[in-house]
Design a protein around this ligand. Sequence first.
Ligand SMILES: NC(=O)c1ccc[n+]([C@@H]2O[C@H](COP(=O)([O-])OP(=O)(O)OC[C@H]3O[C@@H](n4cnc5c(N)ncnc54)[C@H](OP(=O)(O)O)[C@@H]3O)[C@@H](O)[C@H]2O)c1
Length: 321
Amino acid sequence: MKLAVVGATGEVGRMMLKKLEEEAITPEEIDLFSSSRSAGSLMKFAGKSIEVRELREDSLRRDYDYVLFSAGASVSKTFAPLAASCGAVVIDNSSAFRQSEEIPLVVPEINGCLLKGYRGIVANPNCSTIQMVLSLHKIHRRFDLKTIVVSTYQAVSGAGNRGIVELERQEAGSQDQAVFVRKIHRNVVPVIGDILENSFSAEEMKMINETRKILGDSKVSIWPTTVRVPVAHGHSEAVFCETEKPFELEELKEELRASEDVVLTDERFTPVEIAGSDLVYVSRVRSFDSHRFLLWNVADNIRVGAATNAVRILKMHAGGA
Ligand SMILES: NC(=O)c1ccc[n+]([C@@H]2O[C@H](COP(=O)([O-])OP(=O)(O)OC[C@H]3O[C@@H](n4cnc5c(N)ncnc54)[C@H](OP(=O)(O)O)[C@@H]3O)[C@@H](O)[C@H]2O)c1
């Protein structure tokens, strides 16, 4: 296998390399790309030291089997179609193609069947969407979700390396504020991404549109409030749902227990405990009646919400889906 990673030095890029090693996916050839800032630095992969190169116009004009992108939407828009036109299957972590009708938006445990025989660009969903749909897709299939109201508690690493650095600097006393719209240390910030014309944030609209596309159901009514919290790794979500069909609480739990890569637990897991895990932890499932319920879910945003999902896509595709 010949593989390239674009954005290899970033939070998601580094985790994708780690995850490839964990899965024992060691391509015969691997090229790592970044911007000019990190070009020339050395990264370790599968026991070897690899020099990171600056991504240039002709970098991806090669016969790669897979190219993993995690360098932001504008880089993906320019370079992903080019890599795909040279025959590579592109797995893109950015938002560039998620809403394009012809591009599959894949969470392997839910709609991995879309990968069978597919060539071209595959979009990896937004981090907060992945952990929510992993928790809800089987419940949706059985009880038909009518409404989802979700409040997120999102880690600063969701904003990339700059997000972590900004929190650490503020913890050390700095007043500098460039990444988040308000001070993040000892605070919560109820805006992630730009505020759009309809007053929802870009992150909230991603959760709405991507959840509908992955569930294959445009009728689900979704009401997110996305919030940044001073946590390094791990997003949490308080989710309220209303179903069309009546359920027993135990039936909901059955669906959660049957959901791949989801753990239903009585432990009240917090981000600190689950950072580094590839699973979604669901707890506090509760209800007063047969049509409405609440749950709490927590997952590592860089893993479950990005790198692990991307590598699971690669693995499933390479295995013939
Ligand atoms: N963090 C998350 O939880 C998460 C979750 C889901 C999706 N994503 C998406 O994944 C992507 C990367 O996020 P991240 O958190 O890893 O960000 P990050 O830590 O800021 O890393 C960005 C990476 O992109 C590279 N890069 C920037 N501009 C470039 C250019 N013009 N050409 C080539 N490489 C360039 C950077 O290289 P340098 O080292 O040279 O700066 C770095 O390797 C984004 O699209 C983000 O939306 C992130």
